[in-house]
Design a protein around this ligand. Structure first.
Ligand code: DON
Length: 305
């Protein structure tokens, strides 16, 4: 990695900080609305073991939909390609919590990152593990090599108490036979998984296997290379929901966003980047974090294209 990354990230953080007034914090999960919206952090983790940070890169935030990456990886480890019989691989072109395609497509969600798809993945984990949310957390601990990450119980309770939309999606899929467990148990696990709190530095380091063809830097294989490349393909086409095209255009990298304001980007063969700032645009993606990753990609030339 070039030696001037510290300087570059500091400049990006200064600029991103000026963008933190734009947009709105997610408030459909009331506990998320209590976060200080003026915060910004960014971390870049290299496959060579390097870590560069700027802003509040070590402060834990609600990872929300970024957790879907870890749940999907676990489900793929367990199920392999059989998973694709229950969830598709197409962008939805609809908001992350939309129901509209599900009736026409007989309860098969478009992809594993829209809420419907993530609920199917959670259902798979519920069949495989007695405590599926613990399985996701312990998986993250193994990836990091330390047990410093936890579920924010208040955020989990808050989302669970306001989960009418996800509940409707889950019941609807169950009516088509594409949810095997009880809706309540699936929602409990899903809300806990989304409420995992991690910092930019932790998220960048935990997801390095996505840049490393399925291996964490110290060599442990997490997933086979083909499945790993497919996750990156899904991130590029579906990771930012109906903004995925715009993100590919602006950043040219596989990304996964969360309504907590985090965005994780993967540079295959090289590094991961995680930026965080709580205020979101209309598609549910962080404005300052997206701008920061866009600028990082422009200044370093790391687009995959
Ligand atoms: O299910 C939900 O609505 C949230 N727990 C996660 C949504 C999310 O993060 C969408 N990402 N931008």
């Amino acid at each position: 990695m070039p030696l001037n990354f510290d300087k570059l990230l500091a400049a990006i953080a200064r600029h991103a900080q000026t963008l933190t007034d734009a947009g709105a914090v997610a408030d459909y999960i009331p506990a998320l609305a209590r976060v200080d919206p003026s915060q910004f952090g960014i971390a870049v983790a290299g496959l060579d073991g390097s870590l560069y940070c700027a802003g509040v890169a070590q402060r834990a935030f609600s990872i929300q939909s970024i957790s879907k990456l870890f749940a999907l990886t676990l489900a793929l480890q367990r199920e392999g390609d059989a998973l694709w019989q229950r969830v598709g691989r197409e962008p939805s072109g609809t908001p992350f919590n939309s129901l509209v395609l599900l009736e026409r497509e007989r309860g098969i969600p478009r992809n594993p990152f829209v809420n419907a798809g993530a609920l199917v993945i959670t259902d798979v984990l519920c069949q495989r593990y007695l405590q599926p949310e613990r399985a996701v957390l312990e998986f993250i601990h193994r990836l990091l090599g330390r047990s410093t990450v936890a579920v924010d119980a208040e955020v989990a309770r808050s989302e669970r108490a306001h989960s009418d939309r996800n509940s409707a999606i889950a019941h609807f899929m169950r009516s088509f036979g594409n949810l095997r467990g009880q809706v309540g148990a699936v929602l409990d696990a899903y809300c806990a998984q989304c409420a995992i709190a991690m910092s930019c530095a932790e998220l960048a380091q935990a997801s390095l296997f996505l840049a490393g063809d399925g291996c964490q830097p110290r060599g442990a294989r997490v997933l086979d290379p083909q499945a790993t490349r497919r996750i990156n393909a899904l991130m590029l086409t579906c990771g930012a929901y109906d903004a995925a095209g715009d993100f590919a255009f602006r950043m040219g990298l596989p990304t996964k966003t969360g309504v907590g304001g985090g965005i994780l980007a993967v540079v295959p063969g090289r590094m991961t980047i995680c930026a965080w700032s709580p205020r979101l645009d209309a598609t549910g993606n962080s404005i300052a974090a997206a701008a920061a990753i866009e600028r990082f990609a422009a200044e370093t030339g790391v687009s995959i294209f």
